[in-house]
Design a protein around this ligand. Structure first.
Ligand code: PLP
Length: 397
């Protein structure tokens, strides 16, 4: 039997955690079935079911399950034919995984600043890079400064909010670039009438522990391209070329998701709508309560977006609020409330120090001022109120 929790009150030693999984559905039952039947490896009915159900939910034809979101991005880049020494346009303000995956295939990221309203990749800056810094010849786009071919755009929908995809797709088509969506933080997110994951040519999801639904660790590649889906399955299963003999005609990867984790994914997916509703309730509460606190800017949703508010985040103006985002993080930690800053912008990371980039002042400012607040699916109204009251108590009102 699963341990029984009081609804929405996970045992974290009195601490209000940033974002922890919610495991109260059929997870135990489905995983037990895998253990009872011995289907514990990366082939099994739950793998097929998780792929089919996720594809249906996102509104794409094919889905291929992977061990995590990073491996999904790695394979998606290979499938999109990104070659060593190519360049891939991506967001500067994101978790590092997509930029790492670009380097796994030997290509180089071109970091684009965030826009200030919704903190996503700034399409005006993508357009400026393509129009001013690139040339088009023989159907290819080349960076004038580095001489490298620009072959793809990898927009990252951060924090549950989408990137503005219409102008992005128009630029991609104009410059002959493949679009790989990093939708790892955006299951259930919509751009206009479409789901994140069905907007580009290929997309990736993650199901790590803090994502909206989790398999502990896991990922998914989704696409409408049958040949790409076949290739994704082939590459993630060590490029096995014969059902019986061990024949391999290309380098492959051991990236498939085990059946018990896929079982957990099926159980989690059954609860996705409830989870989204819970995240949005938390967002509404924080926004209403904190918007009137001087120096706090709540996270927003664009008129063309449906955000899941996967990771609810505020901006803290040090002068107006009376303390910096990092000082607030420490003060909340003292009060047993876990919060987190946003990622170091990737153009500032030591890993990418040699990579030329345009100025990214918005990403830098967001990194200095942002703070993500406790927003687990299971957070209680009382816990949310305590977080907001503690912040208000610390403000220079
Ligand atoms: C934007 C982004 N891309 C990629 C990943 C990688 O996913 P995973 O941790 O499943 O490898 C994550 C999350 O961890 C992420 O937040």
């Amino acid at each position: 039997m699963p341990p029984s929790f009081e609804p929405g009150a996970p045992a974290h030693g009195g601490m209000i955690p940033l974002c922890v999984p919610e495991l109260r559905g059929n997870e135990w039952k489905y995983i037990q079935e895998c253990l009872d039947t011995g289907w514990v490896s990366s082939v099994g009915a739950y793998v097929d079911r998780f792929e089919n159900e996720l594809a249906r939910r996102v509104g794409v034809k094919y889905a291929v399950a992977t061990v995590n979101g990073t491996s999904a991005l790695h394979i998606a880049l290979l499938i999109a034919n990104v070659k060593p020494d190519d360049e891939v346009i991506t967001s500067s303000l994101t978790f590092i995984a997509p930029a790492n995956a670009i380097r796994y295939v030997g290509a180089y990221p071109v970091f684009i600043d965030a826009e200030p309203a919704y903190w996503q990749m700034d399409l005006a800056r993508v357009a400026a890079f393509l129009n001013d810094d690139c040339v088009r010849a023989n159907g290819e786009t080349r960076n004038k400064k580095t001489g490298r071919r620009v072959s793809a755009i990898l927009p990252v929908h951060i924090l549950g909010h989408p990137v503005e995809m219409d102008p992005l797709m128009a630029l991609a088509r104009q410059f002959n670039l493949t679009v790989i969506e990093d939708a790892t933080e955006a299951l259930g997110t919509k751009y206009r009438a479409h789901n994140a994951g069905q907007l580009g040519d290929i997309a990736c999801f993650s199901f790590n522990g803090n994502k909206l639904i989790t398999t502990g660790g896991g990922g998914m590649i989704v696409t409408n391209n049958a040949e790409w889906a076949r290739r994704a399955k082939y590459l993630t299963t060590q490029s096995k070329d014969d059902p019986i003999e061990y024949i391999h005609k290309s380098i492959g990867y051991n990236y498939r998701l085990p059946n018990p984790l896929a079982a957990m994914g099926c159980a989690q997916l059954e609860q996705l709508d409830e989870y989204i509703a819970a995240k949005r309730r938390t967002a509404d509460f924080y926004t209403e309560t904190l918007a009137r606190v001087p120096g706090i800017t709540p996270m927003r949703q664009a008129p063309w977006a449906f955000s899941t508010f996967w990771m609810y985040t505020i901006l803290v103006d040090e002068k107006e609020f009376g303390m910096s985002s990092r000082a607030l993080l420490n003060a909340l930690a003292q009060a047993n409330i876990q919060t987190r800053p946003l990622w170091q912008p990737l153009h500032q990371s030591a890993v990418f120090a040699d990579i030329p980039h345009a100025a990214c002042p918005v990403s830098e400012r967001l990194n200095q001022t942002a703070l993500s607040l406790p927003c687990s699916v299971g957070i209680t109204a009382q816990q949310r109120l305590h977080v907001a009251d503690t912040i208000i108590g610390l403000a220079r009102l």
